[in-house]
Design a protein around this ligand. Structure first.
Ligand SMILES: [Zn+2]
Length: 338
């Protein structure tokens, strides 16, 4: 990091608005405290994560050990979907989350990619069974964060994927590698289902996680943001896709970020499931924060293990960095601990 970047980094009160705190240790919080970050852990029904209720309780317990550093987003379980009391249970789970301080509610890609009805049809994001959830969130002004669909790479063979993280993730998770599952809904079908929800519930506060799954093209992200002028996007695990596009056309990526500077929210998607030793986890998250901040703050030539060629950083001014690394998260998720 250049001296200017270092000063900017130290001078901004930063938020990583997309992590997964699944272990009962404060390692990530300790590192956050040292690096000037606050964290938001997102309860998500990933099969090998603790149950969604457990994830919420972990967040609440860990927060008490280091107050002021960790907020959480609630979710609802798809378990028992299709049973008569599923809606009541899912709404109750959301209500519990909100009462305990959740700053947002998440819907995950198991809607669209996993759950099926009794006829074998996939339950997409716009399935009517979800309407009471959307209505409740809309009525109460609670932000919905959605990870619906996947990066476009997910529908490509491994060797055609653009970034190394996707190659790695989909090699390790073939069940989510849609190139292998032609009978599953297409990339476009997921996004269309999500967009129908946004059209129907047009006052729903909304954040599209992972650049709203349009990560492969800033033109597509821009088009989506123009279609839904109140919605935001988060950057979790997708900064590399901006870097990949910056290899060819850095000015275009810079112009995109500057134009949508009020609607882009920083996050890493760092998971702590207890598997890494403390020092390795601290090194990993610090490295990610430094390198990604450097990409936005500094216009030097940079490299990333995600992207095969060097790219030029964006060299954004402090006011823009401040929005992406802090202010936008506070606006979209107003309950974040201060
Ligand atoms: Zn995540």
């Amino acid at each position: 990091m250049l001296k200017r970047t270092e000063e900017l980094y130290r001078g901004i009160d930063k938020i990583d608005a997309h992590i997964h705190q699944n272990s009962r240790r404060t390692t990530l919080l300790q590192e956050a405290e040292q690096e000037g970050f606050r964290l938001v852990t997102i309860n998500t029904e990933v099969p090998d994560f603790p149950t969604t209720d457990e994830q919420r309780e972990i967040a609440l317990d860990i927060e008490k050990l280091k107050p002021g550093l960790l907020s959480f987003m609630a979710t609802f379980s798809a378990n028992g979907w299709g049973e008569p009391d599923w809606q009541i249970k899912s709404l109750a789970q959301i209500e519990t989350g909100i009462k305990k301080g959740a700053v947002s509610v998440k819907i995950w890609k198991n809607f669209g990619m996993e759950l099926r009805d009794s006829d074998g049809n996939f339950v997409m994001a716009d399935h009517p069974s979800l309407n009471p959830i959307y209505e409740t969130l809309e009525k109460n002004g609670i932000t919905l964060i959605a990870h619906i669909g996947e990066p476009k790479n997910c529908w490509l063979p491994i060797e055609e994927m653009t970034v190394n993280g996707d190659r790695d993730y989909f090699s390790r998770n073939p069940r989510y590698h849609m190139y292998l599952h032609k009978e599953y809904p297409s990339y476009e079908e997921h996004l269309q289902a999500r967009d129908r929800v946004l059209k129907k519930f047009n006052n729903l506060r909304f954040v599209g996680a992972h650049l709203a799954s349009h990560e492969w093209s800033v033109d597509k992200v821009a088009e989506w943001l123009d279609t839904f002028p109140e919605a935001g996007v988060d950057l979790a695990e997708r900064v590399c896709h901006l870097q990949y596009q910056a290899v060819e056309n850095q000015p275009k990526i810079k112009a995109f970020v500057e134009k949508y500077q009020d609607r882009i929210i920083y996050g890493t998607d760092q998971i702590d499931d207890g598997s890494l030793p403390d020092d390795e986890l601290r090194t990993a998250i610090r490295k990610k924060w430094h390198e990604e901040f450097q990409f936005f703050a500094e216009d030097s030539l940079q490299i990333s293990k995600q992207v095969d060629k060097p790219f030029q950083g964006l060299g954004l001014q402090k006011s823009v960095l401040n929005k992406i690394f802090s202010q936008n998260a506070l606006r979209y998720y107003p309950g974040i601990v201060k």
